[in-house]
Design a protein. Sequence first.
Length: 282
Amino acid sequence: MLPGLISFTPPSAIQIGPLPIGLYGLGYVLAIAVMLWVSQGEARFRGLDPTLVTGALIPVALCAIIGARLYHVIDQWLDYRDHLAAIVLPPYSGLGLYGGIAGAVVGIAWHVRRHHLPLWLALDVVVPGTLFAQAIARWGNFFNQELYGPPTDLPWGITIDCDHRIGQYLCDGVPALPAATTGFHPLFLYESIWVTLGGLVALWLSRRHLPQLRNGDLASFWMVWYGGGRLVLESLRQGWDWTILGIPTAMLIGVGLVALGVGTVIWRHARPTAPAADMPAA
């Protein structure tokens, strides 16, 4: 055993009667609760009715879970193509974060349209809470023993069971990597730390520099912060199922988010004044 190696086999689900509940799914529930709490505080700070946040919970959560599940199924299609029922049957232990974010944006857009609020403003309100929620949700990967990088002898390396190893890291591969003494980079932990820092920065920008911000600036910040960080971490992963022209889809999304985030900030601040549409409805 390497000194300091984290050797622990986490459960992927808990059993409640006949129903197994995936810890990944429970992590999403906790993440949503944190996002709701932080976003309510942001709404109050910006002079908005915090009940608009709670009123969005059901449609946004539903859209986020559907989007997250779809992204995961596409990403892991090789595992699901011969077991189609597993897509909709419990345990729901597989959720893709990019899909969850996309679904949440759809739910938010539907909600703010009903209440005549600018979408960019609504996205800014939820950005800090979203980053903290992402940090929590990423720990679901720990319970699923996924989102890890190459072998490492660093003290925070984690062990991965043989059943959860990918291609070149198989226990009976050539050369074989033993289950108990091989540590792997915990990419989920790196991302969790990164987005937690992003949430703190977003809160600082909102509370200290709100007069200088345009509606949508925090949303653009999320694109750059998360897209860029995810892009770097994806370069350490192996064994992707979902690629486009041989490039992992998550990396392409990361590049697109960074470009869109930078572009929208430049476009927004190039205008002399914010148009009336940027102001919240009375």
